[in-house]
Design a protein around this ligand. Sequence first.
Ligand code: F6P
Length: 745
Amino acid sequence: MYGFRSLKLSLRFVLPLVAALGLLAFAVVPLVDRLTLRWSVRDMDMRSRLITSTLQEPLLEMLPQNDRQKITKLLQRATQDERLLAVGFCNQEQKLVYRTPAFPADISCGSIRDDSEKTLHLVNLPQGPVHVSVNTIEENGTQIGSLVLVHDMSYMVRRSADTRKYVILLFIVLGVVVSMITVFVAHLSWHGWMEGVRAMLRGEGIVKPFAQPAVASELQPLVSDLKTLMRSLDAERRMADDSTITWSPDTLRKLLHKQLTGEKIIVVSNREPYIHSKVDGEIQVHRPASGLVTAVEPVMRACSGTWIAHGGGDADRETVDAGDRVMVPPSKPEYNLRRIWLTKEEEKGYYYGFSNEGLWPLCHIAHVRPTFRTSDWEQYVKINQRFADAVVTEADSDNPVVLVQDYHFALLPGMIRKLLPKATIITFWHIPWPNPESFGICPWREELLKGMLGSTILGFHTPYHCKNFLETVDRYLETRIEHESSTVSRRGQLTLVESYPISIQWPPPWQGTLPPAEQTRSEILAALGLPPDHLLGIGVDRMDYTKGILERFNAVERMLELHPELVGRFTFIQIAAPSRSALEEYQAFEARLHALEERINQRFTTNDHPAIILKAEHHEPDQVTRYYRAAQVCMVTSLHDGMNLVAKEYVAARDDERGVLVLSQFTGAANELYEALIVNPYHVEQTAEALYEGLTMPEYEQQERMRSMRTQVRDFNVYRWAGRMLLDAARVRQREKLAVRIAQN
Ligand code: F6P
């Protein structure tokens, strides 16, 4: 089989080559023929002139004597030259007066008179081709006749045949040699290429991303393409595998048990999933408004283990044990929450300062300038170290699986790696990653990148953020980046940089426990003092300038300007959970938002039906869900957002398959929820029209869109998000174990 394939390969190279050489020979042979003829004729011509000048003197002496015998003898002697066939003398009257016996009868002085100027004359006679040359004989400048020399040219025919034979032979030899070389080189290259492809198929291209290239450098681009293809096929295969399973807490538990031998999971985040605080002297617990908590908490409940976070509630200390731990959720304890205490000064520098005045605006392109202070940086380093030490305390083996969450902990992976070199560290960056130029603003950019590269796996929401990160590393650090396998190697530490779009719990925790959406709408409208047929829009965010809330309000105002029939018939409810309100930027933002709400309501409030209701306070998840179920339209208009889970929560809340999602193109969610009305929130008219379209969309269309989005959120739920990361982590761990075993043998 290989022999046949190799013959086919050879023929593929050789046949065109032979055809090209044949064509070339076909064109070259007549050309060579013509050239040799021209050179021979030129030779004959010169010889003729030479013979004429030799004969001229004796001829001039003999001509006056008119001695025919003597003259003929002289001419006869000249024809002893083997090529000179005959010589004749024509007088001024063009009469052939003397000639040697072999002078062809077909040639007469008259017949060549017209061409006498020419030195070159070929004539085909019955006995063969001849060259006829006519040369003037002069005495003292007066022409007294001309000498006609006839050369035999039959040798030319022989020479031409020989030349043709040799040229063809030359082309054949050339063809054979060139074909052999081509086939030899082609086979060598083919062999190398096949080896490279086989190596990849054996998984070496992916498993050993930093191995020396197995194929010739000129074939590297092809190999790169193949590797990329393999990766995407691998990813698709994994997705197909994944999609055959319904991802649930149970699948995640089984995965942990089978693939990670039941390792204990340690999650690290700044924000804690349950906050204890005192209200009127009584301890209450609440869930913070945080996409991170929404996503990671169900995973943690499925996997159990320990969640390390900042204890920020004013009753947090009262609810922990001696090891600063408390079992949560309070209603059904499933995992440990380990609280880390920060002083006001530490929180100011690490959280408000470096994380939220520095990294937050740095990573979100939302037109707020980042601020970097050395004192904040120092706190950031100090607190990251404190959390790293806590990880060591909480780990019950030397190779725990640690899930590091978000931009508050860029240094943590590197610090954990130092303390627990064998740990599997999965870092997830919940916010966007900017381009290298933007990130370059940060005075501690190298330190942050080095810290992050302590991770085994570094996850972002989108491939675009991964690309930005790899480009940033490439710009500022000495590393080896393998784009095909999306890995970075620095000082022997390999980090897989991959996109893992985050999601929410499915089925939602309240599934089957809530009244029908219609009923919820009626209740909410009644509570707000609005008529039963009033239209509602909803926005749910932290009070943050990246969320595009001002832009959203402007769009509401514009929509009412463009469609006045909806004035007094539509209200937009904005839930804005207080966030980072110690920062001036956030205080100013909140003030602007209130002012805008007031101005719009002054213009458009009719019959006590306001255009906008701004609820700037914390709402528990069940309350938020009720608003989702009541609103005809949900608006997510972030100016820049890693994923935005509000979009997915709204979809999950609509088990009635009604409602329309207006979604900013600058969210990660826009890459998944295609059936939303995608808008550019900076374009006020476009957003206003999308809102109007949502409010007036026919039910069947709402249903089609919502059904499709629900399928997406169901299949790509948060268990799948965590599962994919843990599966990748398990693969890396297995590979590392294998490498150690190979090294020991
Ligand atoms: O959006 C990024 C993020 O870290 C989320 O993961 C989380 O929802 C939010 O910011 C937390 O904000 P904060 O804890 O500062 O209130």
